[in-house]
Design a protein around this ligand. Structure first.
Ligand code: AMP
Length: 435
């Protein structure tokens, strides 16, 4: 299957070729033809699946036909939960539309200049990418005209609902024409997301992209710690031994992110933090520094990290467990981008075992548990509800495990004979035997 066979037009094909996209991803292959046929879509796809192009490409093909309606308002509106994601989507739109010289995009996010956004809307806009809050600010001032709107995209709808944007979304949607096409993307389609979808879409075609087994090319490990000090020692070991290019470390709180980034800087890592209380220009600068390789370790909170798309990130560490199971998928999706390999390590205090179980229930699989010799937890996690012991290692401690049936310890090969390219995977057995 090629992009051309999916109905993508030549000028866009040229841009895709330049971007190095040789063939569509699964979500693109399923969503693009249906969107081009005018259908509403309800798509469950994870970050990293190529979902952005799945809604932008058909939107761009549509935009190439002139609008019969007069006015300056956007013809395509993309709503995203966070500023970073909005900026990323706008960047992708300009990249895919680089040969459509007439194309105009605008990004309406908080923390950026209001005046600049107002001026940008004074001329006709093709694609508007916005977070609900800032868009509502402009709408209240009567600055947004949706009379020409043809396509409404809700990206990461589940996340927008989690962040309390439901009323804003409903108000925004009411301001758009009934005739619009609605494309809704979400990690899950159940519960409140499903209810919202039923309200906003018409005969929507459901596209469900199976949750990639272990995030595809991402090698995952789980390390238990007795307490925070133990977690710090594990993190230190991981950062010193993993041999990575760039890492993102997730913390539960903004203050936690700042403190950890400071600590890592003191230890000699080029580290920085990223969280939602930082001024937007500072956040942008940090992301640019990350992209340019000036930052090796980024310590981030969940919200700020959405939309980070830096292919050289090859390590994600969950220093604190995510509050919501879905966030686990988003977090580890910061690595293994665009078909590359990545490693994701989750640190958990033993007493937080039940939270790990919740994540595993959501994933419908276990995360491979490991140990680092000399840094084993003194206590074992509780038995799981169904009486199974994790990894079949039961009450053995890390030492005895080495004499066991070759079950995977920390960093051991997850897929036998997979030949994973992450230097990390290869180093681990040496650590285990070296003592
Ligand atoms: P997304 O899931 O939209 O965040 O995309 C994940 C990453 O995959 C981004 O870096 C995209 O640029 C890249 N990507 C999307 N579609 C393709 C494709 N068909 N071929 C290669 N890379 C792609």
């Amino acid at each position: 299957m090629t992009f051309s066979e999916l109905g993508v037009s030549p000028l866009i094909l040229r841009a895709l070729d330049e971007a190095g996209y040789t063939e569509p991803t699964q979500v693109q292959a399923e969503a693009i033809p249906a969107a081009l046929a005018g259908e509403d879509l309800l798509v469950s796809a994870q970050t990293g699946s190529g979902k952005t192009a799945a809604f932008l490409l058909p939107s761009l093909v549509k935009l190439a036909q002139r609008s019969a309606a007069s006015g300056k308002g956007p013809r395509v509106l993309v709503l995203t939960p966070t500023r970073e994601l909005a900026q990323q989507v706008e960047k992708n739109a300009t990249e895919y539309g680089t040969h459509l010289r007439w194309l105009r995009t605008v990004c309406l996010v908080g923390g950026a200049s209001f005046g600049y956004q107002v001026r940008a809307m004074a001329r006709p806009v093709d694609i508007m990418v916005a977070t609900p809050g800032r868009l509502m600010d402009h709408m209240r001032q009567g600055r947004v005209d949706f009379s020409r709107l043809e396509v409404l995209v809700l990206d990461e709808a589940d996340r927008m609902l989690d962040m309390g944007f439901i009323e804003d979304i409903e108000t925004i949607v009411r301001a758009t024409p009934e005739s619009r096409q609605t494309l809704m993307f979400s990690a899950t389609l159940d519960g409140v997301v499903g209810k919202l979808a039923a309200k906003l879409t018409r005969n929507a075609r459901r596209v469900e992209i199976a949750r990639a087994e272990s995030g595809g090319n991402i090698e995952e490990h789980l390390l238990y710690a007795d307490n925070t000090a133990h977690k710090d020692r594990l993190l230190d070991h991981v950062l010193r031994e993993a041999g990575f290019d760039q890492a993102v470390i997730f913390t539960a709180t903004k203050i936690g992110a700042e403190e950890l980034a400071d600590k890592l800087s003191d230890q000699g890592f080029s580290a920085a933090c990223l969280h939602g209380d930082m001024p937007q220009n500072w956040r942008n600068r940090t992301l640019n520094d990350l992209r340019r390789g000036r930052i090796k370790v980024l310590v981030a909170t969940d919200v700020a990290a959405r939309g980070i798309d830096v292919p050289t990130i090859d390590l994600v560490v969950n220093y604190d467990l995510p509050k919501q199971a879905e966030d686990y998928v988003h977090r580890i999706g910061r690595t293994g981008r665009a078909g590359r390999d990545g490693v994701a390590i989750t640190l958990s205090e033993t007493k937080e075992f039940h939270r790990v179980r919740r994540i595993e229930q959501y994933l419908k699989r276990r995360i491979t548990e490991g140990v680092i010799e000399g840094l084993e937890p003194t206590r074992r996690p509780q038995k799981s509800g169904n009486g199974q012991r994790r990894n079949g290692n039961g009450g053995n401690n890390g030492q005895r495990r080495q004499h066991g049936q070759g079950n995977s310890g920390y960093g051991g090969p997850r897929k036998s004979g997979s030949g994973s390219g992450s230097g990390y995977n290869k180093r681990a057995p040496r650590q285990q035997s070296a003592g």
